[in-house]
Design a protein around this ligand. Structure first.
Ligand SMILES: NC(=O)C1=CN([C@@H]2O[C@H](COP(=O)(O)OP(=O)(O)OC[C@H]3O[C@@H](n4cnc5c(N)ncnc54)[C@H](OP(=O)(O)O)[C@@H]3O)[C@@H](O)[C@H]2O)C=CC1
Ligand SMILES: O=C(O)C1=N[C@H](C(=O)O)C[C@H](O)C1
Length: 264
């Protein structure tokens, strides 16, 4: 059975990559594309030699016209609350990679999955290597009382810190039976970063980067560094396609984190 997919934020860096990956997958069909900048009802070609697909800046109209099974969203955090309401009412399941979402938005998506019998996967990072990095950091956090994260991204990134850094810090803290330690003298020194669940996070933004994260854990006499480097956005696609295929057959389920779909 072919799964019909629409993309929100289609003209962005990730949206374009998702359209290429969906077009190349034999079991998926790119049904339509939505973006804030799209000309209504325009048609455009998502990849070389690919057939044109409808491109619309009105999501409700696009979903009504093209009837996809799954909407993939890589857009802007502020746009997601409206997107999820429109998709749910249209009975379309969600795969969301947009970061910077509030706790209220996550809770609302959870409610919508049950109310409208749709599935939803939200993952701060779809790169399998990054998910492994987060899992290794979770395990290591039990054995080290000190931890800091340095995340480095391209200069166009809208949010800081990254969704991955926040999720990593939360997962690490949750795996421990006592809080992480840090210096009392950190207070009042902005260059010491920002704490999330006791883990200090530092954000670097500059051209030349895609996405990188290093988790450094410390204990007397030793440190452990766990690092993931993204060199192209292609790395997110196996995770995005996995999420599309899984959620198409899991109505009513809300899944946060790609690790829940992997065999850890
Ligand atoms: N989970 C993961 O694995 C990953 C997550 N991300 C996240 O994905 C998101 C997008 O990243 P990226 O592709 O680099 O960003 P881009 O800015 O390149 O793309 C976002 C696109 O969404 C469009 N957009 C903004 N507002 C709306 C709206 N209201 N309706 C429809 N489209 C809209 C933008 O249009 P315009 O430019 O006109 O504003 C733009 O075309 C970010 O939150 C990023 O953190 C990124 C990589 C991996
Ligand atoms: O904006 C990006 O580029 C990325 N965003 C995600 C995040 O905020 O963690 C995932 C990855 O780091 C790339």
């Amino acid at each position: 059975m072919t799964i019909k997919v629409a993309v929100q934020g289609a003209l962005g860096q990730m949206g374009r990559e998702v359209m290429r990956a969906v077009t190349a997958a034999p079991d998926l069909e790119l049904a339509g594309a939505c973006d804030a900048r799209a000309e209504k009802s325009a048609k455009f070609s998502p990849a070389e030699n690919a057939p044109p697909v409808p491109l619309n800046d009105n999501l409700a109209r696009l979903l009504a016209d093209t009837r996809p099974d799954v909407l993939v969203d890589f857009s802007l955090a502020a746009a997601v609350p409206q997107t999820v309401e429109i998709a749910a009412r249209a009975g379309v399941s969600l795969v969301i990679g947009t970061t910077g979402l509030s706790a209220q938005t996550l809770a609302r998506v959870n409610d919508l999955t049950r109310e409208y019998h749709i599935g939803a996967v939200i993952a701060p990072n779809f790169a399998l290597g990054a998910v492994v990095m987060m899992e290794l950091s979770r395990i290591a956090a039990r054995y080290f009382d000190w931890a800091e994260i340095i995340e480095l991204h391209h200069e166009y990134k809208a949010d800081a810190p990254s969704g991955t850094a926040i999720a990593t810090a939360r997962t690490m803290a949750a795996s421990r039976d006592k809080p992480f330690r840090s210096l009392d003298s950190d207070a009042g020194h902005p260059s010491r970063g920002q704490k999330f669940d006791g883990v200090t996070v530092h954000s670097v933004r500059m051209p030349g980067l895609v996405a990188n994260q290093e988790v450094i854990l410390g204990a007397p006499g030793q440190t452990l560094s766990i690092k993931h480097d993204t060199t192209s956005r292609e790395c997110f696609m196996p995770g995005v396609l996995l999420a599309i295929r899984e959620i198409a057959g899991r109505p009513g389920e809300f899944i946060f984190g790609l690790e829940k779909l992997l065999d850890f």
